[in-house]
Structures are given as C-alpha cells and as structure tokens.
Ligand binder design. Structure first.
Ligand code: SAM
Length: 239
C-alpha cells in the first residue's frame, strides 16, 4: 500500500478521515507510523496528498487529510480479457489496476470453464477490494470500470466494434505473423485470451470486428504475465 485510498464514508469531517481494518494494520505493521507522521493518501476518483496521523490506536487512526495533486493519467487502453481462472483472476485484476487500465471487459470464450463465472471474486465487493489493492500499489485513485459479458458472440458483434472505434485494435494470439507493436501513439483496445487460448473461430470473429492479431514471440506467457508485457510494449512509462 503506497497510498491509503479514502472513500467518502471514511471522512468524519471535511478534512479528517478515520481508518480501521486493513489500512490501519498497514500503518502499524508496514509503515510503523506514529502520531505526527505524514502518510500518502488519495480520495477515490479524486486527488492525492497526505494524511497527518493525529491519533493512532489499536482500533483506529485519525488522519488530517490534505489533497493537493492529481492522480496519474489513465492508460489509454481498453482491455478485453477472457475470464481467467479464479486464482489468477484476482492477481490479474490487481495488476490491471496497478498498470493504470481503467476499462476492463471480462468476456466468455470457448476455453473459459463455466465454473469460472461462479467465483466470488466477481462480486461487486471483491472486485472493488482487488481494484483498491491495485490502485494503492500504484498510487492512483481512479477506479477502473469492470464490465462482464458472458456471451462471446453478441459481445464481439454488437459491442466490440464501437469500443474499437478510433483505437489501435489488437488481439494477442501466439503464432500469428505480426509482432505486437511498441510505443504506439493514442488509444488501444487489446484482447487477451484464456489459459487455453482463443479458438480459431474466436480469432476470426475478433479480426472481423477490426482487431489485428499480434504475437509476443514464440514463448507462451501466462495471462498474468502477458498483460503487463503487452502493456509495457504498447505504452511508454510516462503514459
Ligand atoms: N495455448 C494457448 C494458445 O496457443 O493460444 C496459450 C494461451 S496463453 C496462456 C493466454 C493468452 O495470453 C493468449 O490467448 C494470448 O492472448 C496471450 N499470450 C500469451 N503468450 C502469448 C504470445 N507469445 N503471443 C501472443 N499472445 C500471447
């Protein structure tokens, strides 16, 4: 937690926030904060700044909050991700939030097991918790939006073309002939397949919708590795 993300419900006065639970535990055990210290904070979807620790007990921390700086610019990327297996999903979600991805579309694909959609990690509360962890890691406040589409064909035919408009549209697929571009200018839409990969029908549908199939070399990467590798190829660190 490189920043404590604050929500309106944390505020007990205009510039005073109370922390408990995970964020309090972090102040104690990792930051070893004491009264008077300044800790980095940010208001969800708002500015970042510092919190002066006015009171610190075992049950709560009272911070005097000063918000002064804008969060980092969002990554100009729409990520279309075949629903990963639950164990990996949580990590991928956190990584996406840390990398600055703000628009995540979780879609079905032939090789996504039906049971993946039953995971409790897809509940509103759990999605938010993992996105918060990712944002806090990065020092960012802008909450990503997660859209769930459990039917591949209607999504690709009816919704994807509008998402791709005015973006560099890519589907990462091993074995294709074009390498993934680097340092692109402007926004992109990127489709990443499931553990077993997109089937040829799905790749064809994505290409038909306007995506270009690209590869990352002959090594097959896990989804959790492929996403940061793709993002860092596409966008410069300052983006
Ligand atoms: N056996 C699957 C295949 O050949 O498509 C491997 C799937 S890989 C574990 C999961 C996803 O990560 C892929 O669908 C693709 O989107 C992305 N990916 C992983 N390695 C890649 C590579 N070398 N080139 C392009 N995409 C890759």
């Amino acid at each position: 937690m490189n920043l404590a993300l604050l929500f309106t419900e944390d505020f007990v006065a205009a510039d005073h926030a109370l922390l408990a639970g995970r964020r309090l535990a972090h102040l104690h055990s990792v930051l070893k904060a004491t009264e008077g210290d300044l800790v980095p904070v940010g208001l969800v979807d708002g500015e970042m700044g510092t919190g002066r620790v006015l009171r610190l007990t075992e049950t709560e921390a009272l911070l005097q909050v000063k918000l002064t700086d804008p969060p980092p610019a969002p990554l100009p990327l729409t990520l279309v991700l075949a629903m990963p297996r639950p164990k990996m999903f949580r990590r991928v979600l956190q990584t996406c939030a840390t990398l600055g991805v703000k628009d995540i579309w979780l879609v079905n694909s032939y090789k996504v097991e039906k049971s993946f959609w039953q995971t409790p990690w897809l509940s509103e509360e759990n999605l938010r918790e993992n996105l918060v962890l990712g944002l806090e890691q990065a020092r960012d406040t802008l909450m990503p939006r997660v859209h769930i589409r459990k039917l591949f064909k209607p999504f690709v035919e009816d919704e994807l073309p509008a998402l791709l408009k005015n973006t560099r549209a890519l589907v990462a697929h091993p074995g294709t002939s074009s390498p993934c571009p680097t340092h692109i200018e402007g926004p992109a839409t990127l489709c990443v397949g499931p553990e077993g990969g997109f089937i040829p029908y799905e790749v064809d549908k994505l290409i038909e919708a306007g995506c270009e199939a690209v590869h990352l070399g002959s090594r097959i990467l896990r989804v959790e590795t492929a996403v940061p590798v793709l993002v860092s190829r596409l966008f410069d660190a300052g983006a």
